[in-house]
Write a protein that binds this ligand. Structure first.
Ligand SMILES: [Zn+2]
Length: 279
């Protein structure tokens, strides 16, 4: 039996993009929920007075992906300590919230939040609200699968079929956190003047002014211009600090303390997570 999960974690475009590709997720749609206005429009919700949040409704097969796993994904793609703000998006419609469709989901969500708090991963309090689902209003058609539809031509991410098959490198790196082989990416030896954008949401992340040759085989920067999220990554028997795009949650790479001055940092980024534009 399929179940429904509903999450709000900032701009719904990126949230849907993240969930739609998970194994066990059957269907996703974006919409508005949690407020009191019936059939709201995007404009009304953005006005901030409807009480609604931008949310994603996820139909999933609990035998393939559990609600607990979905909760883990939900926590990982945004900052749940940030009140009414994710990335560059401000407002009550961008609050962090879990809308539960069953009492079991509600109990699991509460428990998962408590566990996360116990881990002490966040310095600030988790502000995510956990509530029972209210009516969900499907958003306008152009918001549905927005990243897939609006990704400019050329990049394979626009090819939904490829992405679903997990063959596409950008998809595998940004969403499954794989690493491209060193000295293989399209930007590690690119030193032209320009801006490096997130390959998924096109947020400007790095400037060529802070790019340097770290000899690592991956594009390396000592500073960022966009908002970069950081979290501890203990995969592959290492403790590293993962970096991701704060706006959409795309995995970028890792950050190390062996970079050049003035920051001493090395943002080690996969070419596949970036889109470069000359200036
Ligand atoms: Zn992004």
């Amino acid at each position: 039996m399929l179940e429904i999960a509903i999450f709000a974690a900032g701009c719904f475009w990126g949230v849907e993009f993240h969930f739609q590709h998970l194994n066990g997720v059957v269907e996703t749609e974006v919409g508005y929920t949690g407020g009191s206005v019936v059939n709201p429009t995007y404009k009304e919700v953005c006005g901030g007075n409807t009480g609604h949040a931008e949310a994603v409704r996820i139909k999933f097969d609990p035998e393939k992906i559990s609600y607990e796993q979905l909760l883990e994904e939900f926590w990982s793609i945004h900052d749940p300590t940030s009140l009414n703000r994710q990335g560059f998006d401000f407002g009550y419609q961008y609050r962090s919230a879990i809308f539960c469709t069953t009492k079991e989901q509600f109990d699991k969500a509460i428990k998962s939040k408590e566990n996360l708090e116990k881990l002490g991963k966040y310095k600030r309090k988790i502000v995510t609200s956990i509530e029972m689902a209210k009516p969900f209003y499907r958003a306008e058609e152009y918001h549905q699968k927005y990243y897939e539809k609006n990704k400019k031509g050329g990049c394979a991410i626009s090819n939904a079929k490829k992405a679903e098959n997990s063959q596409d490198l950008t998809y595998r790196v940004t969403q499954l956190k794989e690493t491209e082989p060193p000295f293989s990416g399209k930007y590690y030896k690119n030193f032209e003047n320009g801006i490096y954008y997130c390959a998924i949401c096109e947020t400007p992340l790095f400037s060529s002014k802070s790019k340097y040759d770290s000899k690592s085989g991956w594009p390396s920067f000592f500073d960022a211009i966009g908002e970069i999220g950081k979290r501890i990554d203990t995969s592959n028997n290492m403790t590293r600090t993962e970096i991701y795009c704060k706006k959409c949650g795309a995995h970028l790479g890792h950050i190390f303390n062996d970079g050049p001055q003035p920051t001493g940092l090395r943002y080690c980024v996969n070419s596949a997570s970036l889109d470069f534009k000359k200036e």
